[in-house]
Design a protein around this ligand. Structure first.
Ligand SMILES: *Cc1c(COP(=O)(O)O)cnc(C)c1O
Length: 327
């Protein structure tokens, strides 16, 4: 990937003449069967320019409570676009209930913001939300006259787990945002795909946000490789996540909640007293854990091969076996 970046042909993307960015945008549009694509610096910027492209001031995005657009993007759409965000609590599978969407849509009344966009997410906390569940939510949104956007930061983890073609999920949405970083391994960048008019508006917003890059082909070259060569490896990440979850379930008595696994993520909830010693023990074996109290997320990705996975499992084993023996 570094070699592809070093040898990338570049131009000035602000003038639309960076050939590598243009190739990436054309490849993304084709893969998702959309008219146009826009290369942006991050997933947050991608969702933001999408919301700004769809909604005006005093309009509203209906989304999930805990979805990235609502919880982890500093309310950028509200701050910069005067757009209201209405969150709905997701169901157990991570999807949104169609009835709750219908209830959230506001009547045409001067008391309310104008409901304009439904923004979904897949995967959500690693959960690949089934196509039928997504379809039902999209239909509820469309029947209410909403545009629909997908935050598909981990889009390819979802379609890999669901065993469907990318276009089968993308076709339900007006716009889809996909991270080339995350599991696909690019150092930076996302693409937003959708209709030509919405992407043209998003491109203007990207410029306004300071996201118009010049010789961005060095990043787009990495993104192209991520898109064309790194999707197949996601199934391996999911397989390794299953192995890790199975191994950690051995220490059933150690957890305050059942070990959960979804696509490339494993969630563990150590007993409160174990958090600090577990972190120190793992740290000593080259495994750093983030987070504080409560649930900890372990994410598999293309830099974790079978040997590193074994090391991680051994590091947990040496902590919990020792503790079980001494208990
Ligand atoms: C990571 C992520 C984003 C944002 O991506 P950044 O590139 O970190 O800004 C958006 N949505 C979801 C679901 C994500 O996991």
């Amino acid at each position: 990937m570094r070699a592809a970046m070093a040898s990338a042909e570049v131009g000035d993307d602000v003038y639309g003449d960076d050939p590598t960015v243009n190739r990436l945008e054309a490849a993304a549009a084709a893969k998702f069967d959309k008219e146009a694509a826009l290369f942006v610096s991050s997933g947050t910027q991608s969702n933001l320019v999408a919301m700004l492209a769809h909604c005006g001031r005093g309009e509203e995005v209906i989304t999930g409570f805990g979805y990235h657009t609502f919880t982890y993007e500093a309310a950028g759409a509200s701050v910069l676009g005067g757009i209201a965000l209405h969150p709905i609590p997701p169901e157990a599978d991570g999807g949104l209930d169609p009835d709750k969407i219908r209830t959230a849509v506001k009547p045409d009344d001067s008391h309310h913001p104008i409901s304009r966009l439904l923004s979904l997410e897949n995967t959500h906390y690693g959960k690949a939300i089934p196509l039928e569940r997504i379809q039902a939510a999209v239909t509820a949104g469309r029947e209410a006259g909403l545009m629909v956007h997908l935050d598909g930061a981990r889009f390819f983890n979802a379609v890999t787990a669901l065993k469907i073609e990318p276009a089968a999920l993308a076709e339900l949405f007006d716009t889809v945002s996909i991270c080339l970083s995350k599991g696909l391994g690019s150092p930076a960048g996302s693409v937003l795909v959708g209709p030509a008019d919405a992407i043209a508006r998003a491109r203007r917003w990207r410029k306004m946000l300071g996201g118009g890059l010049r010789q961005a082909g060095v990043l787009a070259a990495a993104g192209l490789q991520a898109l064309e060569q790194n999707v197949a490896g996601l199934a391996e990440d999911h397989r390794r996540a299953e192995i890790l979850a199975t191994a950690l379930r051995e220490y059933g008595q150690a957890w305050d909640a059942p070990v959960a696994q979804a696509t490339n993520m494993v969630f563990i909830t150590p007993k409160t007293a174990d958090h600090a010693p577990l972190r120190a023990h793992l740290n000593g074996r080259g495994l750093r854990l983030g987070g504080g109290e409560g649930s900890i997320r372990l994410v598999l990705h293309r830099d974790i091969n079978d040997a590193k996975l074994d090391r991680a499992i051994d590091a947990f084993a040496s902590f919990y076996k020792r503790n079980t023996l001494s208990a």
